[in-house]
Design a protein around this ligand. Sequence first.
Ligand code: G6P
Length: 369
Amino acid sequence: EEAEKSGYENYMLKEIHEQPKSLRDAIAGRLNELTGEVVMPELTLTKADIDDIKRIVIVACGTSYHAGLIGKYAIESMTDIPVSVEIGSEFRYSANRLGHETLVIALSQSGETADTIAAVKGSIKKGARVLAITNVVGSTVSREANYSIYMRCGPEIGVAATKTFTSQIVIMYMVALYLGTMKGMLGAEQNIRMVAELKALPNKVQRLLENERYIMGLASLFRNAGQFFFVGRNLNYPIALEGALKLKEISYIISEGYAAGELKHGPLALITTNIPVIAIATQCATYHKMVSNIKEIKARDASVIAIASESDGLIDQLVDFVVRIPDSNEYIAPILSTIVLQLFAYYIAVFRGCPVDKPRNLAKSVTVE
Ligand code: G6P
């Protein structure tokens, strides 16, 4: 087992550090830099098939559900297809009228999560087509589905998902690009730019990981906090949810992820000096709105840690601590912010003496409904 950890303290830290490679593998051979096209022979949907799709339902559990929420933003902005995202265990209760015009995307690292399998089987029965995105070749979800894309992350042993989450996001982007291109909704220039951003991602992750000590220092400073809030807007909202989930899972700290614009509808009542808030405030269309939210939070004297872009010259004056990520477009920045939050949760858990790879009461793959 020690050999498998390649010198790391535990699997989770190893898997966080594997992300430059797992992301490189996720895109290898699947993107054409010159034309901006996605090359995914496993996605055998023809142009006619895609034109038939009237809506997409993404179904997933846990961390995979958060990747699904990101997928919704990406697909809806790159195509004209409406997307809904459903939690596996709730899927059966929705009055979903699934048929041939529905594409169900089942996101599951293991491909063995009982609720996701049930949703896939139910969808096929109703005549929908299912695209599986999993990490385990030959898993139940991929066998049941009509189309299947693999994440190529290699085994993920830590119970809390890390490298598979970032690969799921990248694959969702590639699916969105593929659908958008087939539907003629994306200009070549837009595609080429996005492909270049995706290709540059692994090196940016590498650079970000060099910041680890600073994140470790922050974790040490906040290790005794009783609660945390994570806030973000747009694509950064699912990342806030995921940051909160990571912290809950491995450090047992009560943490809430919130859409920053919703704070005023309730959670602001909870914000006091004792609750640190992590604000994902990278450069994107909603940046200035995030700045306003941060000011509202600071007015209640909470400590704010912001995750911000390298070139942001404003944020330092507004918050208590800033973690910088390499400048990127609005799709790539959330992936980099995620890795900051993975490290933050990891080190808090380590400082609190928690068993990071095997948190209490949790399983890597939940095979019961
Ligand atoms: C369990 C794991 C989570 C994972 C979820 C969904 O709860 O502890 O890390 O996100 O299952 O798993 P899946 O394999 O379907 O992605």
